[in-house]
Every structure is written in structure tokens, then in C-alpha cells.
Design a protein around this ligand. Structure first.
Ligand SMILES: Cc1cc2nc3c(=O)[nH]c(=O)nc-3n(C[C@H](O)[C@H](O)[C@H](O)COP(=O)(O)OP(=O)(O)OC[C@H]3O[C@@H](n4cnc5c(N)ncnc54)[C@H](O)[C@@H]3O)c2cc1C
Length: 455
């Protein structure tokens, strides 16, 4: 196979108000909103929808964005109602259940799980219906920046080998984990202390939780990571294991190599609650693998360009925040781009404000994510208290309400103090847990740690 060119083509460049790289949730959301605001928007997507993508569980704060886009009913029709999240307690039959109808301040009290092939196609076609010029099977291979730092030209190649070049007034990079602009401009920094990898597939016949919790996402810990169980339509369950690198390296230690299928099935046996629910389940899709995925760009925007969704940063899948963060940043970016095209003098200030807001929300998620598997957090989860409505604040965070709600944010800081006091109370255990995790996470991924790509 001839490798795709990565440099500029010689095609003459066409003018566009906004060029968006990537037609996933972030790109299609920004495209729909900007097209509706009257701008001439061109989206370049390398794949053809529908296509598989990981990231199936949405957050309640996603729902108002879907409503604003005008696709809420369609998404509900292809989704499974998600009333909450349950966290089985280690060594016990019961779970700690967080229901989204207990958030701190009234808001959307549920979300949905979706198959991303259907969801992404729906958003892509909706953006087209809103007036955006949507190009599938069109891979961006190069972005040329001028001496003033503005994007001057975007070169793309279509599946049939023909080329397309555009001269954008504004460039939005929504290319997800490909991070087209951040990679090209060397802005991307991987997080060396938060490495993990995921193995996942779709199964039929996995037992669901009873009653109103039937659509809950389950997040179950095990010694070397955690599992997700996400109920999808037609009795399908998305099941994944997120593992620390040390665990994955063991696969070649005992002689032969273990393939991804065998490793996933073996790993799922490690948690009694997951094992019990998967009795008699049948795998109906290939096992996918993705690794080493925590990173951020050192800057989010510059003159005439902005990075949104995973093209800017991705921390961890544990709280299912990726699609919400992608669509929320797309909505923020659409307003910013609209204002900047109309009044260029506002651009730099708007970019600073957007990055400050986004980074603040990401810091809250990140703080919880990094501590999720620690002995201290397990202690807090197994004996929950609700002083100062801290539990509701945590549920609000799990619902995605971390950006603009001051009542949630100050409580999350109080929660951190309680965490610190608990860490002091069980200092030797906390320290041991911290050292183990550091050692496990610092084992570097090798090229052969995972088979397979990065869906
Ligand atoms: C293991 C794992 C589990 C996850 N689980 C969840 C979950 O349950 N819930 C959740 O909300 N999130 C989850 N996520 C995160 C979620 O997948 C992403 O955060 C989300 O898809 C980001 O949306 P996006 O639009 O920014 O990027 P994407 O959805 O990745 O879309 C980017 C698009 O850009 C296109 N593209 C890339 N390069 C180019 C190019 N050069 N030219 C043209 N097009 C290009 C791609 O084809 C793609 O369609 C998970 C992530 C992982 C790794």
C-alpha cells in the first residue's frame, strides 16, 4: 500500500470561512452551529460514516447540547436510557450507585448510551442538513501556517486520490486522537505518569442491573485497572478492560504471546461481579485495543485556529466525559469563531477565556481520575457520607457539570480536603498504594504491548 502523502499538494486553494478537520462529535457539532450562524463551513473527514468508534456512554450535560443542535429526540431513539453509574464495591455483592437525579442543582437527570457508528453519522448528516459542506473519505495531510501564525492553506486527499486545497479564514481542528495540528506543530505532550490501555468488544447476553438501573454504566475496579459495562440497544453490552502497562507486559513474560481476545476474556474473569454478569455471554464483534492515550496540547488556540475535543486533550475514559467535552468545546468554539470572524479584535481575549474555562473543568475531572483506584478513594466510596451535599457535588461532576457551577466547584475543593485528611488517617496504606500505582503506570509501553490500532 502506498503511504498517504503528508505534505502540501499543488491544487489551487478555494476560500472558506471555516475549515474543520474531522467529522466526529466535536467537528460535526461545530459545523452545524457555525453553518446555522450563516458561515460557509467545510468539514474534511478521513473516514466514511458509519464507522466504528469507541466512546459510547454520554453524560447528562450532553443532553442540552443535543437539544440545542435539534437532534435530542433522534439520539434518544438510537440510545439506551442512562439513569446513573454504578461502582461495585471490591469484595462485596453490592454497588455504590450514583443516580443523576441527585445532582446538586436541578439539571438533566439522565443521559444515553449510543453506538458511535450511528451517533456520529447522525451528527454528520445533521451538520450537512444545517448547511455545512461535509466531505467524507477526505484526509487532511498538511496545514500551512503563515509567518503571522495564521493557517493559510489546508491540503487534503480524497479516497480516489484527487486533492482538495482550502484557504480558511478560520481553522478548527477536531481530528480527535490524530491531533493533526498539535502533532504537526509539536504541541502534543503525552502524560508519562498516566499510561494505560484498553481492550474492548461488544457482547450479547450480558446480565443488566435490575429495575431503573438497567441502563447504568458499571465501572468495576480490579487489581490492575478497571472495567466498563455499557448497555447498548438490542441486548448488546460494550465491555472493556482498562489496564495498567505493567499488567499488559506480563502477557509475554510466561513464554508465549497471548492475543487480545484471550487477554480480554482472562482479565474479565478477575472481577467476580463482572464474571457473574457475563456468564453465558457471546462476543459478537472483534476485540479492539487502544493504548497510551493520555495527552494534552501545550496550547489550545492561536490566530485563526483552535483545537477542540480530543484534538486538544484527552485524559482518561473512566468518567465517560470524552464526547461531552468534545461537544461542549465545539459549542464554545463555534461561538468564539463566530464572534472572531465578525469582530477580529475580540479573538485573543475569547481564546484565553475559553482555554481557562476548559482547563479548570479538566482539572476537576483529572483530580478524581488520578485518584480513582487509590485506597483512600475506595475508603471514601465504601463509607459514603453526605456532609455539605458533597455527594451531590460529586454526582454533578459525574454528570459533567464542572465548568460553570460555582456551588459544585467549591464542594469539590472541600472533597479534596476530606480526601487529604483520609490519606493522613491511613497514611501507610495510602503511601503503599501510591507507590504501587506509580510503579505500575511508569512501565513504558513497548511497540508490541498491544496488538491493533486506536479506534
Ligand atoms: C478506551 C476508551 C473508552 C472511551 N469511552 C468513552 C465513553 O464511554 N464516553 C465518552 O464520552 N467518551 C469515551 N471515550 C472518549 C471518546 O472516544 C472521545 O473523547 C470522543 O470521541 C472525542 O470526540 P472528537 O470529535 O474530539 O474526536 P473523534 O470522535 O475521534 O473524531 C475525530 C474525527 O476526525 C477524523 N480525522 C482524524 N484525522 C483526520 C485527518 N487527518 N483528516 C480528516 N479527518 C480526520 C477521524 O476519522 C474522526 O472521525 C473513550 C476513549 C477511549 C480511548
Amino acid at each position: 500500500m502506498t503511504p498517504a502523502p503528508t505534505v502540501a499538494t499543488d491544487a489551487p486553494a478555494l476560500q472558506a470561512d471555516v475549515v474543520i478537520i474531522g467529522g466526529g462529535p466535536a467537528g460535526s457539532t461545530a459545523a452545524a452551529l457555525l453553518a446555522r450562524a450563516g458561515h460557509q463551513v467545510v468539514v474534511l473527514e478521513k473516514d466514511a460514516h458509519p464507522r466504528f468508534h469507541i466512546g459510547e456512554s454520554l453524560l447528562p450535560m450532553n443532553m442540552p447540547i443535543l437539544e440545542e443542535l435539534g437532534v435530542l429526540d433522534q439520539v434518544r431513539a438510537i440510545g439506551v436510557h442512562k439513569a446513573g453509574a454504578d461502582f461495585p464495591l471490591p469484595g462485596e455483592a453490592k454497588s455504590h450507585v450514583f443516580r443523576f437525579n441527585r445532582t446538586l442543582t436541578p439539571g438533566p437527570d439522565a443521559a444515553v448510551h449510543v453506538r458511535r457508528d450511528q451517533f456520529d453519522q447522525l451528527l454528520f448528516e445533521h451538520a450537512r442538513a444545517c448547511g455545512a459542506d461535509m466531505h467524507a473519505c477526505t484526509r487532511v495531510v498538511h496545514v500551512a501556517f503563515g509567518a503571522d501564525g495564521r493557517p493559510e492553506r489546508v491540503d487534503a486527499i480524497k479516497a480516489d486520490g484527487s486533492t482538495l486545497a482550502l484557504r480558511p479564514r478560520y481553522l478548527i481542528d477536531a481530528s480527535g486522537r490524530d491531533t493533526v495540528v498539535a502533532a504537526q506543530r509539536r504541541l502534543k505532550r503525552k502524560n508519562p505518569t498516566h499510561q494505560s490501555a484498553a481492550l474492548f468488544s461488544h457482547f450479547r447476553g450480558v446480565a443488566r442491573q435490575p429495575g431503573i438501573d438497567a441502563g447504568n454504566i458499571t465501572i468495576a475496579r480490579f487489581e490492575h485497572g478497571w472495567f466498563w459495562l455499557i448497555p447498548l440497544p438490542d441486548d448488546v453490552m460494550s465491555v472493556g478492560a482498562v489496564c495498567l502497562p505493567e499488567y499488559l507486559r506480563q502477557r509475554s513474560a510466561d513464554g508465549g504471546r497471548i492475543d487480545n481476545e484471550t487477554l480480554l476474556m482472562r482479565t474479565l474473569e478477575a472481577n467476580p461481579a463482572v464474571r457473574a454478569r457475563m456468564q453465558g455471554a457471546e462476543r459478537i464483534a472483534p476485540v479492539h485495543a487502544t493504548g497510551n492515550y493520555s495527552y494534552a496540547a501545550t496550547r489550545m488556540a492561536g490566530p485563526g485556529w483552535i483545537l477542540i475535543g480530543d484534538a486538544y486533550a484527552f485524559v482518561d475514559p473512566i468518567f465517560s466525559s470524552g464526547v461531552f467535552l468534545a461537544m461542549d468545546s465545539a459549542r464554545q468554539a463555534a461561538a468564539l469563531v463566530d464572534a472572531s470572524l465578525r469582530t477580529p479584535a475580540r479573538e485573543a481575549r475569547l481564546q484565553r477565556a475559553m482555554q481557562a474555562r476548559l482547563d479548570r473543568g479538566l482539572r476537576h475531572f483529572t483530580w478524581f481520575i488520578y485518584r480513582f483506584n487509590t485506597p483512600v478513594m475506595q475508603r471514601l466510596f465504601s463509607a459514603p457520607r453526605n456532609d455539605l451535599q458533597l455527594e451531590q457535588a460529586v454526582i454533578s461532576m459525574l454528570a459533567g457539570d464542572v465548568f460553570d457551577n460555582a456551588a459544585v466547584r467549591w464542594r469539590l475543593y472541600v472533597f479534596r480536603m476530606i480526601y487529604a485528611l483520609n490519606a493522613i488517617a491511613i497514611a501507610p496504606q495510602a503511601l503503599r498504594g501510591w507507590r504501587t500505582r506509580r510503579r505500575q503506570a511508569r512501565v513504558a509501553f513497548r511497540g508490541d504491548t498491544l496488538h491493533g490500532g486506536n479506534p
